[in-house]
Design a protein around this ligand. Structure first.
Ligand SMILES: Cc1cc2nc3c(=O)[nH]c(=O)nc-3n(C[C@H](O)[C@H](O)[C@H](O)COP(=O)(O)OP(=O)(O)OC[C@H]3O[C@@H](n4cnc5c(N)ncnc54)[C@H](O)[C@@H]3O)c2cc1C
Length: 463
């Protein structure tokens, strides 16, 4: 009976994917590659074909790539109905139906949710509307910001020194544009990589001429009589004149459209099991709703089965492939999503790459090179085992540490390593901020063990 049902689903079932970007596209391609012959519908609120986001804060801002030519390469022809420029506004789990902003409804036998995240906006709406204030998530955002950078601004002000904020600052400096970066924590990248590595990033930024202000928050954006931003006010009472402001305060999961649907969805994302099946709000797993990409929270065996929310390109691809496979399989043919978190960035001429879950580490050991030279590998430890590694211009070692994480290798590493320096014989505290405090985009968020957890709310600083 179950085999017959599955066979029918594969031949003539209806699969709907909400979110037509990286995860949505790769899932659609995988479904067809694995023999799904039924009706496939993709719903995406952006008017564009799926495009790539990493270039938006890198080559696009440098004028090396056209923001309107960053479409994702297609792996194969994929027969599907694309409903672009249409937002999913609601989900009826019992009827198996998605409601759309144009009043239409789409029925499904299996649903994949891949609605990703959006940039967290500046909380004061009238200030956010000032001309010259930008977010950076979409290709329109990048096109607008690039145009403004080309027009020769006197100073760009970046609010938030997570990866995206740092990459924007780097692109500005590379073009000779004056830039100030304000960060609530003591250094850039602290939420993602901790204070020790953050201090290296701070030095790097300052050496490249960035006016970096730490342990401050922005209290107000000031506009001129024509509605253009002209200055930024800070919590230390200083005022910086700037004609472009980039708000880089991390992201918000696109889950509001699921309010009241009964799914386990909230500000941390949509909880799913290791097979990408969504949980409902009671913590009971569904069998026809799947999740993939930035919007998903999924447990990982290597990291104490904690739910991880990852904003990583590679995770979106791998999870989409696993979800698509599991949507049209059953029982033992299903496979778990056990992707090793991995992230890259390039800024100020340095390639930064991490594997594993750095924010889980209490301790850090520099195993190769030195932070002073900005060429090193740092290994993070949690309860006596290796959980993550980061490299600055030293990528070739990361695969080795990835294997160490997979094996649960002991921390601190017991073996001698090449290029190990005398001053780095002992681990130091990795110096992550209190995880209950919001940071500007850690990219890997450990979000507890409860599939029904919807408790986290972001509170902007009060002044
Ligand atoms: C500027 C920038 C730089 C980045 N750089 C890197 C990098 O260097 N390395 C790295 O690993 N990752 C990087 N990333 C992250 C990477 O791009 C994401 O992990 C990836 O895009 C996630 O894909 P996704 O399909 O899950 O989500 P998204 O790409 O966010 O796509 C979700 C889609 O769903 C749509 N949607 C949302 N709600 C609805 C709804 N209700 N109805 C219909 N459609 C909806 C959204 O508009 C969007 O089109 C970067 C991201 C940005 C923005």
């Amino acid at each position: 009976m179950a085999a017959e049902h599955l066979d029918r689903l594969r031949r003539e079932g209806r699969i709907t994917i909400v979110g037509a970007s990286l995860a949505g596209l790769r899932a659609a391609e995988t479904l067809r590659a694995e023999g799904f012959a039924g009706e496939l519908t993709l719903i995406g609120d952006e008017p564009y074909e799926p495009y790539d986001r990493p270039p938006l804060s890198k080559s696009v801002l440098l004028g090396r790539a056209d923001p309107h030519r960053t479409e994702l390469p297609r792996r194969r022809e994929t027969d599907a109905t694309w409903r672009l420029g249409v937002t999913a506004t609601g989900l009826d789990l019992t009827a198996g139906r998605v409601r759309l902003s144009d009043g239409d409804e789409v029925e499904y036998d299996r649903l994949l949710i891949a609605t990703g995240v959006r940039a967290r906006p500046w909380p004061k709406e009238s200030e956010a509307r000032l001309d010259g204030v930008f977010l950076l998530r979409t290709r329109d955002d990048a096109a607008g910001l690039y145009q403004r950078l080309r027009s020769g601004p006197r100073r760009v002000f970046v609010i938030g020194a997570g990866f995206a904020g740092c990459e924007v600052a780097s692109a500005c400096r590379e073009q000779g544009i004056q830039v100030t970066v304000a960060e609530r924590a003591g250094a850039p990248l602290v939420g993602a990589l901790g204070g020790v590595v953050g201090a290296v990033a701070a030095d790097l930024m300052r050496e490249h001429g960035v006016d970096l202000r730490t342990r401050v928050t922005v209290t107000a954006l000031e506009g001129d009589a024509t509605g253009r931003v002209r200055a930024v006010h800070l919590s230390d009472e200083s005022v910086v004149e700037a004609d472009v402001v980039v708000v880089s305060l991390g992201s918000q999961r696109n889950t509001e459209w699921l309010d009241g649907s009964g799914l386990g969805a909230g500000p941390r994302g949509i909880a799913c099991d290791a097979g990408c099946r969504a949980f409902d709000f009671r913590g009971i797993v569904t069998d026809d709703v799947f999740v993939a990409g930035d919007v998903a929270r999924s447990p990982h065996a290597l990291f104490e089965y904690q739910f991880l929310s990852l904003e990583h390109w590679g995770n979106a691809v791998a999870q989409a492939e696993t979800a698509a496979h599991n949507m049209i399989c059953d029982g033992a043919d299903r496979r778990p999503h056990l992707w090793m978190p991995a992230f890259w960035s390039s800024q100020f001429g340095v390639n930064i790459k991490s594997v594993g879950v750095p924010p889980m580490g209490e301790e850090l050991m520099i195993t190769q090179g030195s932070t002073a030279e900005r060429r090193f590998v740092g290994v993070y430890g949690h309860k006596g085992r290796v959980v993550a590694a980061v490299s600055f211009d030293n990528t070739r070692w990361l695969e080795f540490y990835q294997r160490a994480i997979e094996r649960g290798a002991p921390f601190p590493p017991e073996y001698p390593t090449m290029d190990r320096r005398a001053e780095n014989r002992h681990p130091v505290p990795a110096d992550f901020p209190d995880p209950s405090l919001p940071t500007h985009g850690p990219m890997v968020t450990l979000s507890g063990w409860s599939p029904a957890d919807t408790q986290l709310v972001f509170h902007p600083a009060r002044h």
